[in-house]
Design a binder for this molecule. Structure first.
Ligand SMILES: [Zn+2]
Length: 157
């Protein structure tokens, strides 16, 4: 087996082991940097009552902690399933150089993990979404943005 396949097998192994142990859904992910696994993530939604505890987010958080950075420029992410919109967002914020996936989002929908409705929501105007969104205190909220713009010692990312 080639190295890429070995890394994916580790993500798949996590997806099975942690699901069987009751942590959450059947999803695993690993972050690889310089040919080595530096973080292992898995779905932990049920065990932690955390709806954001998806495998990719878990792996990204652990990898960033391990490297002491908020960017994964030289890393690759291997995930047992094509990322949901939340994880896709986290991946773009973390900026790994490549993502490998096993199952597709269509495969996930077939077993009850259908995130297509979130992709559909993104396309809709705010007022037409299933969860209503309303703007409040825009002027007061802008204060933080003005201060960020004026901050001389900020770290851009
Ligand atoms: Zn996700």
């Amino acid at each position: 087996m080639k190295q890429k396949e070995e890394f994916m097998m580790e993500a798949i192994k996590l997806s099975i082991e942690k699901m069987e142990a009751g942590f959450g859904g059947p999803f695993g992910a690993v972050v690889v940097c310089d040919g080595k696994i530096i973080a292992r993530g898995y779905n932990n939604v049920l065990a932690t009552n955390d709806p954001t505890a998806h495998a990719e987010v878990d792996a990204i958080r652990k990898a960033c902690q391990a490297l002491g950075t908020y960017q994964l420029d030289n890393c690759e992410l291997y995930t047992s399933c094509e990322p949901c919109p939340m994880c896709l967002g986290a991946i773009y914020w973390a900026r790994p150089k490549k993502v490998y996936y096993g199952n597709t989002k269509t495969d996930a929908a077939r077993i009850g993990f259908d995130d297509q409705f979130i992709y559909d929501e993104i396309e809709k105007p705010l007022t037409a979404r299933a969860i209503p969104m309303e703007q409040l205190l825009a002027d007061a909220a802008k204060e933080a943005f003005d201060r960020w713009e004026a901050k001389v010692d900020k770290t851009g990312y």
